[in-house]
Design a protein. Structure first.
Lengths: 417, 1104
């Protein structure tokens, strides 16, 4: 195993790492400079910690500046071989799942007190992000640190229109990015996650750590906080090709909902979690969206997918969708409560499997595009509310609709309104 | 040595399990030999997983001559070739575990088959040799003569002569099943080997067959002997030493008290069947009486916490009637087995569905009991689709026929020629596989199978069913079985109607007051539980499962902390009340927090900013008292009292769950994250406030001092109270905040602060300590804040004695009205009464209407009592005194003009407010608001009715905000509360002496308010016609008001605070009625626009 310690041990003196207080998994494509800065910052963590950094590719050579550490400084070593390579065979999410699992497995193996994963590129503070994720975990108070990114209005909408409000309504905590992907995780949570995957049927059955971490922590009543991490760099959204993404993201989320049914049906109100750091605002957010193609996709699906949707959605929702399909593009407006019921009905159908789950999720995509178009129209109005307030309203609709979901879940009779 | 881990993570997995009992032979045949087998069972694992069961119990599948359905085993460590191989079993086990299904198999070790090699060796071995002693031998049949014969239909003795051994051998069951001899240590060792063999393979549990009969002793019944328990303990020790998450399940067909020892001290069997419950469930159903069920549960002893009862409706044997009396057995035979062929031994050999005449509702009812009684439910294969039986087959084979999978040949069970099947499938028109099969029911959304699947899934969501306590309720109607299950924070109320007809039931749920029942299948919220009996109406054979939930905060009180950065509390309170944290608290956190609090009076105004005026930090608890000035975009600033607390770790998380609305902001201190919250939610802080009063102590604020003042009645109220009084927070929504200390005190924290005496404390102290009026809670002390520079003190809180009561008058009245409407609404309103329902004062001078007496009932008496108490209060407040604050004063012309001017001014303001907010009102209130506004001139003119001449009356201190919510129901009487006056008015106004008819008007409006809000609730809930029911509301209101007025006037007759003539009395009363209704309008506009309709309706109904 190649190891590389900062600042004490040069690469040629590397020895296998046998234990670590903190494991950092770098899954993002970071520049060598960013990694160097990160390691330098990590080295300033107090308590003479042993820190193992897992990163694919060539380890970063320590710079001379790193060598002037105090005796209290921590030691940073590289252990890339412990990390599963995201570039291997299989689909991207499965690879990503394997990469997360390998970081957690390394954490278990090395007996670390915490694991941090950096999977996204941040527009600033990348160098300090690992430090900031790790610090609150190491004092033992927290079990999970999830990111809170400053976002442009059309970025991360699959998260903010489905995943975040759904998890908030179900699990009772208001988290902006419950699926990370940057996370700080305590040893206690890692052990529970690894233990659950060992005894359960785990990733082989579609469970994904990205989807499971936050619900697991919340259901186990562990301590969760949000960390303001600044602005994340998203790839430009490709609205014409979102079906696979919808299926890949929502599949594990819905599976986890099935698994945690006894937990989320207990949660009745949502509450905020402690926030660490200062919120960051995006500098300019004037992006606009051509919604005509999104509405066209919706209308086309309304003609083509009726048969599938009728297996999933109740008559009242189907009628609403028909009405929507008759609207002109610029008038298109999907009410939040309709959207919320659609999401809940798809989550339920995912459990009941009236059709193949992959087909089911893909058939949800045009509905999602319809909601995105509505959202875009909302933001463009003269008296438009800011995106955060708009999404907060949506989250409220998810909470208000939860009794509908619970009742459908408990008595999934198709003879319903 | 490391323990072998079982497939279940939780060692108590069996408590939450749903067990499915099946026979491999009967489930699915994979090789067309007519006999079910393991590969066939594996084929059907998806079905079992989909059904939702969590554990499979397999009947014996070992090599056997099969003279007793496999309970005559000839090789314990193998699989009968008919069912497959050991590898097939391993594959089945893996498939089950892959689906998170546990597996229980049989440990039939009381006896073996007479074909077992041990027996064959024993009969040939010399007498008293170890081999011979594997079994129990005797030269005579006289030994153990006190033991009963269990299979009395087939056996005449427990001894059978063996011509080879030339001795009798002992057998408690069939003669081909010789009993093993547990006095021989080698037998125990061999049994342990068998056990280890299967447990090593991964089996999760062992059902120990015929467990009471392991050891025999002369002069006993040879059942349940201490030596038998020693054997079981050995088995258990072996399991505990070498394995984790495994189970021993005792089959002991005994009374519960006799089964109890099989649990030992949690060191024998983990589970045992509850045999006597089964026949009593059927008996209760047939007799439509819960008694047989509650009786047997009452006879069931507690068991160790790691143990569990196994419950079942039916199994592979007969419905055993051993554990019933002779009369009960006769009844059961007649009720459930008309054809003698249905009977065997001491029982009935029928399946569930035929037993209840294939009535779907009865099947569902019985399953609802099975799934909600304390224990682990065990389903018998085929009962989930309502399979029938075949009473023409011998022994108990009629309930062991092949599983009915579909309508194909042999019910889809096997592709063998029908004659080859181990048993004929059921083929009659009602029960046959063409009619009843899995495939058909899977395709039928309303099938029993789908119902069972949903119910199983529902049960699995709630651990309370498997782990919770049971408490039967005792309603008068014995056809209804009602019980509470409770486990940790889960409480479930189960109600079952055992009758074939609809039944009403009133349940006493007072101890759960305030909880909200939520029907669990459809997640439907029911009205909250009150102190009065809770009424249910149950359809025939229906059942309800209701989860009792704490009432959630209304949506608007939920805190939105998302996006709020944490306040820094690194240096304790100083860092909160200073610098950036203070700025954030004043500018962001508090302006967001305050409008969501019920006690905050400025909801209709926009907060501009808040300012911390003064604060005092407690010495011994992490809390502070804060005086907070709130500035609005318009109007004067207000001052509020806000006790602040900081909680971290678990305490903070608990608060987030239990009272999210109390949280003001996240805080961090020394890397601990926590929350800043209302300190009323800290018991420690609440006790500190009490101690402040008790000790007359004081502490320093930044700009003043806070001190406690103990009232003269404190010690008497305190009595010899336990010093650790439990703290509770009052649940009623009101303008202040109440803290309850055990059953002794209530501290009212006054949220909105004004300098000067607080009228509630002032009147409370006066009535308690000076006039000795005892229909109020006794005054016990107060907390004052004395600012610097000799400014007027502020009263922060008042302590009173707690009065045992049945709830406040409002709640009690609403409950009474609910019942009133339930009874009256379906009835046609008597037409001849309408004309008589005019002015209540006039009405009070007439005899009470018979219709009112009949329907309103005892509430009329209560209204009269309340009228008397109100008059007595006024008489007490009008007592001669030298205290200028209480001395009665004559009503002068100026007073009267001022009064009229004030009332007109108030009315004008309310009309303006209503007009401004008209576009924002809820739809249902808009029309009525417009109608009220159209009467504006008439209403304003009405105030002039008093005229310029002063009325001959006196002004006294009055209650000032008198309504049903301000009285407590104490048995058949009332206690009057809260002399604070209308919270919206300035303090000086609230202390002014006034005409006591204002209180009278307040109570009359409250009766009206109650009648109409109950009417709206009733018609909303029942979808009734409001116009049709409204006359009943009017009848109630007018009758109650007139009783109240009659008693008031009689009691206060001659008092100089009342106008002597009826006309003046009426004039004064009318203007106060209008004023009160307008006050209500203003209040609802600010706080609850959805309720606005009620005072508007009240104004419209006034005869102006």
């Amino acid at each position: 195993m190649a190891t590389n310690s900062i600042p004490a041990s040069p690469p040629e003196e590397a020895k296998p790492i046998e234990s670590a207080d903190l494991v950092i998994g770098i899954l993002a494509d970071l520049s060598p400079e960013a990694v160097t800065t990160m390691c330098q910052t990590l080295g300033t963590l107090p308590g003479s910690l042993r820190i193992a950094v897992l990163q694919n590719g060539d380890p970063v050579n320590p710079s001379p500046a790193n060598r002037s550490a105090t005796p209290q400084s921590s030691t940073v070593s590289f252990a890339p071989s412990l990390l599963a390579k995201p570039g291997g065979a299989g689909t991207a999410p499965l690879n990503m799942a394997a990469a997360y699992q390998s970081v957690f497995a390394a954490g278990e193996k090395l007996g670390s007190r915490a694991c941090c994963i950096l999977a996204s590129r941040l527009e600033s503070e990348t160098g300090r992000s690992a430090y900031r994720l790790a610090e609150p975990l190491l004092n033992g108070e927290l079990d999970l640190v999830v990111p809170r990114y400053a976002r442009h209005r059309f970025e991360g909408l699959l998260n903010s229109s489905i995943v975040a409000p759904l998890m908030r309504a179900l699990y009772g905590k208001r988290l902006s990015n419950p699926m990370g992907p940057d996370f700080g995780v305590s040893r206690r949570l890692v052990q529970r996650l690894v233990g659950r995957e060992r005894t359960g049927r785990g990733a082989a059955n579609g469970l994904h750590p990205l989807a499971s971490l936050t619900p697991l922590a919340l259901c186990e009543n562990l301590h969760v906080a949000e960390l303001h991490l600044g602005t994340r760099s998203y790839p430009p959204p490709d609205w014409t090709n979102t079906a696979s993404l919808v299926a890949e993201i929502l599949g594990p989320v819905f599976l986890d909902i099935e698994r945690n049914a006894a937990c989320w049906q207990r949660m009745r109100v949502s509450a905020a979690v402690p926030a660490i750091g200062e919120p960051v605002s995006v500098q300019s957010d004037t992006a606009s969206l051509d919604t005509s193609r999104l509405v066209e996709s919706f209308a086309l699906a309304n003609r083509e997918l009726q048969e599938i949707w009728s297996l999933i959605l109740p008559p009242s929702t189907l009628v609403e969708l028909r009405k929507l399909s008759r609207l002109r593009s610029e008038e298109f407006q999907m009410p939040d409560d309709v959207w919320v019921r659609i999401v809940y009905d798809f989550a339920l159908a995912h459990r009941l499997r009236p059709i193949n789950r992959d087909h089911l999720l893909k058939s949800m995509t045009p509905l999602y595009l319809g909601w995105v178009a509505s959202y875009a129209h909302d933001l463009e109005r003269d008296n438009a509310v800011p995106p955060d307030q708009r999404l907060e309203r949506l989250a409220g609709a998810f909470e208000a609709g939860k009794p509908y979901f619970v009742s459908r879940w408990r008595w999934p009779d198709r003879f319903n309104p | 040595m490391a323990k072998l881990i079982g497939s279940a993570e939780d060692p108590l997995w069996y408590k939450d399990a749903i067990i499915y009992e099946l026979h491999v032979r009967a489930f699915k045949d994979s090789n067309a030999d007519g006999i079910g087998d393991f590969p066939g069972l594996i084929e059907k694992m998806d079905y079992l997983e989909d059904l939702g069961v969590t554990c499979l119990w397999l009947l014996p599948f070992f090599p056997s001559p099969l003279k007793d359905d496999g309970y005559d085993i000839s090789d314990y460590m193998n699989v009968h070739p008919r069912y497959g191989t050991t590898d097939d079993f391993r594959a089945f086990l893996a498939a089950a575990h892959e689906r998170d299904l546990q597996v229980i198999i049989e440990l039939v070790v009381n006896h073996t088959s007479d074909q077992h090699p041990w027996f064959q060796a024993a009969r040939r071995a010399p007498r008293d040799s170890p081999e011979r002693n594997f079994y129990v031998w005797s030269d005579t049949e006289a030994k153990y003569k006190d033991a009963r014969i269990i299979f009395s239909d087939a056996e005449r003795s427990n001894w059978t002569w063996d011509p080879v051994a030339k001795q009798y051998y002992w057998h408690r069951f069939f003669s081909h099943q010789p009993d093993l001899n547990y006095d021989n240590p080698r037998v125990v060792e061999e049994v342990l080997k068998v056990m280890r063999y299967w447990l090593d393979m991964g089996v999760d549990g062992l059902r120990v067959d015929a467990i009471p009969y392991l050891v025999e002793r002369d002069g006993t019944s040879c059942e349940n002997l201490p030596e038998t328990h020693e054997v079981i303990k050995k088995l258990r020790r072996e399991i505990d030493a070498g394995y984790s998450s495994r189970l021993l399940l005792a089959e002991a067909n005994q009374w519960p008290s006799d089964v109890r020892p099989y649990f030992g001290d949690g060191d024998q069997c983990h589970m045992a069947f509850h045999f006597p419950l089964m026949p009593r469930i059927y008996m209760g159903l047939r007799q439509e009486d819960r008694l047989p069920i509650t009786d047997i549960i009452a006879q069931t002893p507690d068991i160790p916490s790691n143990c569990q009862w196994g419950l079942f409706l039916r199994n592979h044997d007969e419905l055993t009637l051993e554990m019933v009396t002779n009369d009960e057995r006769d009844y059961m035979y007649i009720a459930y087995s008309a054809d003698p062929r249905m009977r065997i031994n001491l029982g009935i050999r029928r399946r569930l569905a035929p037993l209840v005449d294939n009535n779907r509702r009865r099947i569902e009812l019985l399953n609802s009991l099975l799934l909600s009684f304390p224990g682990t439910p065990i389903l018998y294969y085929g009962d989930e689709i309502g399979m029938g039986d075949n009473i023409y087959l011998g022994d108990r084979n009629g309930v062991r026929t092949p599983m009915q999978w579909n309508a194909d040949r042999n019910a889809g069970f096997s592709t063998a020629v029908p004659a080859r099947l181990y048993s004929p499938v059921i083929m009659d028109p009602v029960w046959g596989y063409q009619a009843i099969n899995v495939e058909a029911q899977q395709g039928d959304p309303s099938s029993l199978l789908n119902w069972m699947r949903n119910m199983i899934a529902l049960r699995k969501l709630f651990r309370v069913f498997g782990r919770g306590t049971l408490k039967f309720l005792d309603p008068a109607n014995r056809k209804v079985l009602a019980y509470l299950r409770q486990y940790e924070d889960e409480t479930v109320l189960c109600i079952a109607n055992l009758s074939r007809f609809a039944q009403p039931v009133d349940l006493d749920l007072a101890e759960l007051e305030g909880m909200v029942p939520v029907e669990m299948l459809g997640y439907v919220e029911f009205p909250p539980i009150g102190r009065q009996p809770y009424r249910f109406t149950l359809a025939s054979y229906s059942f309800l499962w209701l989860e009792l939930q704490q009432r959630t905060q209304p949506a608007e009180t939920k805190m939105d902390l998302a996006g709020q950065a944490s306040l820094n509390a690194a240096a304790g309170w100083e860092s909160i009340f200073d610098g950036a944290s203070r700025q954030r608290l004043e500018a962001l956190s508090l302006p967001e927090y305050l409008p969501k609090q019920r006690w905050f009076a400025g909801k209709s105004r926009q907060i501009k900013t808040t300012r911390l005026v003064d604060w005092a930090v407690f010495e011994t608890s992490p809390a502070a008292l804060l005086l907070l000035e709130v500035e609005f975009d318009s109007g004067p600033a207000d001052l509020y009292l806000l006790p602040l607390g900081m909680s971290f770790g678990d305490a903070a998380r608990e608060l987030e769950q239990s009272a999210p609305g109390a949280i003001i902001a996240p805080v961090v201190a020394a890397k601990n994250s926590g929350v800043l919250h209302d300190a009323v939610f800290s018991d420690q802080t609440c006790l500190e406030l009490l101690s402040l009063i008790e000790n007359d102590s004081e502490f320093q604020a930044r700009h003043g001092r806070i001190h406690g003042l103990r009232g003269s009645g404190f010690r008497k109220i305190q009595g010899h109270a336990d010093p650790a009084l439990t703290v509770k927070r009052g649940s009623a929504e009101q303008s202040n905040t109440s803290i309850l200390y055990g059953d002794r005190f209530i501290l009212k924290l006054l949220r909105r602060q004004e300098p000067g005496p607080n009228p509630d404390a002032e009147i409370g102290r006066y009535l308690t300590e000076r006039v000795k009026f005892d229909r109020i809670p006794p005054f016990a002390g107060e907390i004052e804040y004395q600012p610097e520079a000799d400014r007027e003190p502020f009263v922060l809180g008042m302590l009173q004695g707690l009065v045992a009561n049945e709830g406040d008058g409002w709640k009690w009245t609403i409950e009474e009205l609910d019942r009133y409407f339930e009874t009256c609404a379906p009835q046609r309103f008597p037409e001849n009464i309408n004309a008589e329902l005019g002015d209540p004062l006039r009405f009070s001078e007439l005899p009470t209407l018979a219709t009112a007496r009949d329907h309103v009932g005892i509430y009329l008496d209560s209204a009269a009592t309340l009228g008397r108490r109100t008059a007595e209060l006024h008489l007490a407040l009008a007592s001669p005194t030298d205290d200028p604050a209480f001395e009665p004063e004559p009503m002068s012309a100026l007073d009267q003009q001022t009064l009229v001017a004030d009332l007109r001014e108030h009315a004008s303001r309310v009309f303006e407010m209503l007009k401004e907010q008209l576009p924002l009102l809820p739809d249902e209130a808009v029309e009525m608001a417009a109608a009220v506004l159209s009467r504006r001139t008439r209403i304003l003119d009405h105030f002039e009715a008093l005229g310029p001449e002063p009325l001959r009356t006196r002004r006294i201190r009055i209650h000032g905000d008198y309504h049903l919510g301000q009285v407590l129901k104490v048995k058949t009487d009332f206690v009057i509360l809260d002399f604070e006056g209308e919270p919206a008015r300035p303090l000086a106004q609230r202390r002014v002496k006034q005409c006591p008819l204002k209180d009278v008007a307040g109570m009359l409006r409250s009766f009206s308010y109650a009648a109409y809000s109950a009417l709206i609730n009733f018609t909303t809930r029942h979808g009734g016609d409001m116009a049709r029911t409204e006359p009943w509301a009017r009848l109630w209101e007018r009758s109650v008001a007139s009783e109240f007025l009659r008693a008031y006037r009689e009691t206060a007759h001659g008092a100089d605070f009342l106008p002597p003539g009826i006309d003046d009395f009426r004039k004064l009363l009318d203007i106060f009625l209008v004023d009160k209704a307008l006050y209500e309008v203003r209040y609802e506009l600010n706080a609850r626009p959805a309720w606005l309709r009620i005072p508007l309706l009240g104004i419209m109904s006034l005869e102006l």
